[in-house]
Design a protein around this ligand. Structure first.
Ligand code: ATP
Ligand code: ATP
Ligand code: CA
Length: 217
């Protein structure tokens, strides 16, 4: 069973910590703010008040024995960076850090962060895609220029099979799943027909996905 240490208990950090704890993982939650620590104490394995930039304090807490560290100390960029550096020097195998923007993300990667996340930016992108096309329910960036979208079947798709629609050959995208009410077809093939109200999960290049979204026009 993996053990997690979560440092910085704002909305993001506490959400990560309590979700892991609810899934029965061992979670050590750390913050320098006493109220934040108290607020989470009965939801995680251990909650401790400490300064995340104090190497000795992190050593004493046995942080080096954890498999994964999640760092989210808000807009305090220098603390984010220093803490990440200490965790990697203590040889924590996997350190994930929440960054406010790409520039700080770059620095975090340079000091050893194994993964940098930008939840505010990513959620903004997803919401915007949803607003731009009313049939797009969700968008996830999968790699630069590639994404996964969930769309509601457009009128032109209804009653047609994947073969009829020639998604692969025409749009160079793959339909990964078709959701119909409660039913999920996770390996749709050429003969599967799209019905009204179906939701399609499609992977492809962003420009191809854009074409697909406008398939009705
Ligand atoms: P949110 O998801 O709420 O936006 P956030 O990480 O952006 O979260 P904050 O609400 O500022 O932002 O949360 C940062 C947390 O990190 C606070 O609880 C703060 O007490 C804690 N923190 C800041 N500096 C340190 C530090 N040096 N050591 C430990 N905790 C710290
Ligand atoms: P291909 O070489 O494109 O895989 P195929 O004849 O081997 O073609 P079939 O599984 O028979 O593949 O599908 C015929 C056509 O139906 C495909 O070329 C493609 O346009 C479409 N198709 C089938 N399954 C999917 C899918 N999951 N997503 C998108 N298009 C599909
Ligand atoms: Ca914030």
């Amino acid at each position: 069973m993996k053990q997690f240490v979560v440092i910085g208990l704002g909305r993001f950090g506490s959400s990560v910590a309590t979700t892991l704890a609810e899934a029965d993982f061992d979670v050590l939650a750390i913050d320098q703010n006493q109220e934040r620590v108290q607020g989470i104490a009965n939801k995680v394995t251990h909650a401790v008040e400490a300064d995340a930039t104090d190497e000795e304090a992190l050593k004493t807490l046995g942080v080096r024995n954890f498999d994964v560290a999640v760092v989210s100390i808000g807009d305090n960029v220098s603390a984010n960076i220093l803490c990440t550096l200490i965790l990697k020097e203590l040889k924590v195998p996997y350190v994930i850090v929440k960054a406010p923007d790409a520039l700080h993300g770059k620095v975090l990667t340079k000091v050893g962060a194994d993964r940098v996340v930008y939840p505010e930016r990513d959620m903004g992108v997803r919401i915007a895609h949803n607003l731009i096309s009313s049939n797009v329910l969700d968008y996830i960036e999968f790699a630069p220029e590639y994404g996964v979208i969930e769309i509601i079947a457009t009128d032109k798709m209804i009653g047609k099979t994947l073969q009829d629609l020639e998604f692969r050959s025409k749009f160079n995208v793959n339909v990964m799943a078709i959701k119909r009410g409660e039913n999920l077809n996770v390996s749709p093939g050429a003969g599967d027909k799209i019905l009204e109200g179906d939701r399609l999960v499609v992977i492809g290049k962003n420009e191809s996905l854009d074409q697909l979204k406008n398939f009705d026009h």
